[in-house]
Write a protein of this length. Structure first.
Length: 236
């Protein structure tokens, strides 16, 4: 294993996973649900952690299929694999960049976030003094079980697709590379979700992270393009 190249792949993978976890879809629903359900900080962070682990496991399951196919392909085509893998990474990266330039949102959970945000906006509106008694009523609470299952499903079945190309770059390092990258994905994703959930719960609600969501495609695309060039020029 080329330690320097793998360290660069690992650092890129950590950046991809952490930036992905920092967008509001990965922590805002937990904060808003905690307000409505009146959860404690510790309970909210525990649920956030569980959802993050589900998010990671589903992504890792898809990554396993990517790694397995890549390892089989690598054994057959040998020296051509870095060019194919690097080209695939560049293609993924360019797709993200083009998506950014077209101004399209990224991520399958934005509808859920908008719904939570709408409830939060209504909740803050109720702080005014000129609303009717009916309007002053808070959003209805769900049972804790229904709220928790909704949050777990929200992230578990929306994998970090931006990390899947990173698995491609680690194929040359076999299953040891796969497990190390999965560990990096786990740490970066769960840590990012916990950090930003905790910061918001702690009162840092003015923390401006909208630019991460707005430019997520461009950031991920740039990282994947750099990783593709790394694979082509350092591993062929």
């Amino acid at each position: 294993m080329d330690a320097k190249v793998f360290a660069t792949i690992a650092a890129t993978g950590f950046s991809v996973a952490f930036f992905h976890a920092a967008i509001p879809t990965h922590w805002l629903p937990f904060v808003l649900t905690a307000r409505v359900q009146k959860w404690t900080k510790s309970k909210t962070l525990l649920i956030t952690t569980l959802a993050g682990l589900g998010h990671v496991l589903f992504t890792a399951a898809l990554g396993f299929l990517v790694a397995w196919c890549g390892i089989v392909l690598s054994d057959k085509i040998g020296g051509w694999f870095p060019w194919i893998a690097g080209g695939a990474l560049l293609a993924f990266g360019l797709c993200y960049v083009i998506q950014q330039l077209r101004g399209k949102s990224h991520g399958p959970s934005h509808g859920h976030e908008a719904q939570f945000a709408e409830h939060d906006h209504a909740h803050h509106d109720h702080d005014g003094c000129n609303h009717s008694e009916e309007a002053m009523q808070p959003p209805p609470r769900k049972s804790d079980w229904a709220a928790i299952v909704s949050l777990l499903a929200l992230l578990t079945f929306s994998p970090c697709e931006g990390f899947l190309p990173v698995y491609v770059s680690g194929v040359r390092y076999g299953w040891s590379g796969f497990f190390l990258l999965t560990l990096i994905l786990s740490v970066a994703t769960v840590a990012g979700m916990i950090v930003f959930t905790w910061l918001t719960l702690a009162g840092m609600e003015k923390l401006k992270l909208e630019f991460l969501e707005k430019y997520e495609c461009g950031i991920l695309g740039g990282l994947l393009c750099l990783l593709g060039l790394l694979v082509i020029f350092l591993e062929h």
